[in-house]
Write a protein that binds this ligand. Structure first.
Ligand code: SAM
Ligand code: SF4
Length: 329
């Protein structure tokens, strides 16, 4: 088992395989002018496989592939096939926008994918087009239905944006009455490539919960899975459930079990830090596994206690405003 300096077990890696994306979600990227990394700055599949093998030998057992949009990277399925074979990897999860995902669902099922998180901020096609700045709603819905048909556990991720999709909260809750999916509402964070959209976040987890509670007074708090960032709720009669993620308020750091590797191979031991180790550089400078393991242990042994401490440490160099597409969520 791997533990950080606050005695939190670390067993979960979120890995961004690309910073490129076929959508331009309002909360994640500016409409234009985003500068993608040159291809040579992305980690190769061989480098990713080596890192995952090393981390799995240290105690990481759960991996999530994310991006950017993972399916815009060529031959993603080949990487998935390699990762599920790595000793110690017990669960492989994916976060995707669903635009290109549907044709791969049968093979994902065969490979034993543990779950898929699908980003879907509205069930209204026009609002989808306006939030994502692309006309891909039908493809995303096809992915959602295919995942459910193949009985792959699905979580819908919806970022709550003031003035954009607060009218979609209740229809998304209704979706959990029709289908056995988990619908998770996420506080908007300033990771959008531009900086904060608001002087103060109005739609906090508290306000989201109050809004749902007004419409569903019999909503019940249920037990959260260990290390979950979401607070879970159940509405009697709904096969699905509801989660609310206080991503901006950061109420869950005390049980955080995750590290992140960005598209360019930067290690983040907290979502809000500025990258604490350049893994790509270590790999390309010929360091052996023992040297990389030592560097990883050092970084994990110096984790900030929470996202506020991480943000304070970085603020002197560069305040939070990078796009989530390089970090992976
Ligand atoms: N492209 C894939 C997708 O959209 O699912 C994977 C990458 S995306 C960056 C991962 C997650 O980050 C998505 O669920 C998205 O909703 C979330 N996200 C992106 N920007 C965010 C922001 N500023 N605040 C909160 N969540 C954000
Ligand atoms: Fe692309 Fe995902 Fe960011 Fe939307 S949230 S722009 S789909 S990376």
């Amino acid at each position: 088992m791997l533990f950080d300096n606050h005695n939190r077990p670390i067993n979960y890696l979120r890995l961004a395989v690309t910073d490129r994306c076929n959508l331009r979600c309002f909360y994640c990227m500016p409409a234009e002018g985003i500068h993608y990394l040159p291809k040579k700055h992305l980690m190769t599949y061989e480098e990713i496989e080596r890192l995952v093998t090393l981390l799995a030998s240290m105690g990481i057992s759960k991996i999530r592939l994310t991006g950017g949009e993972p399916f815009v990277r060529t031959d993603l399925m080949q990487l998935i096939e390699r990762i599920v074979e790595i000793p110690g990897v017990k669960e492989l999860h994916l976060t995707t926008n669903g635009v290109l995902t549907a044709p791969h669902v049968p093979v994902l099922k065969e490979l034993g994918i543990a779950s898929v998180n699908l980003s879907l901020d509205t069930l209204d096609k026009e609002r989808f087009n306006s939030i994502t700045r692309r006309n891909e709603f039908d493809n995303v819905m096809k992915t959602l239905h295919s995942l459910m048909d193949y009985e792959i556990p699905v979580k819908i991720n919806a970022v709550v944006m003031e003035g954009k999709n607060t009218a979609d909260i209740l229809p998304l809750v209704e979706f959990s009455r029709q289908y056995p999916v988990s619908v998770r509402f996420i506080e908007e964070m300033p990771f959008n490539g531009e900086g904060s959209h608001y002087p103060k976040l109005n739609w906090t987890y508290r306000k989201i919960l109050d809004h749902i509670q007004d419409a569903y007074p019999d909503i019940q708090k249920i037990q959260d899975p260990a290390n979950s960032t979401a607070s879970h709720y159940k509405i009697p009669g709904h096969p699905g459930d509801i989660g609310i993620i206080a991503a901006f308020s950061r109420t869950f750091c005390g049980t955080c079990n995750r590290i992140r590797i960005t598209a360019q191979g930067g290690l983040k031991t907290c979502l809000y830090d500025n990258g604490v180790l350049d893994l790509r550089e270590l790999l390309r400078s010929g360091k052996d596994d023992e040297q990389i393991r030592y560097a990883l242990l050092h970084a994990i042994g110096h984790r900030p206690k929470d996202g506020f401490e991480a943000e304070n440490r970085r603020n002197k160099e560069s305040p939070v405003h990078e796009s989530m597409s390089t970090i992976g969520g």
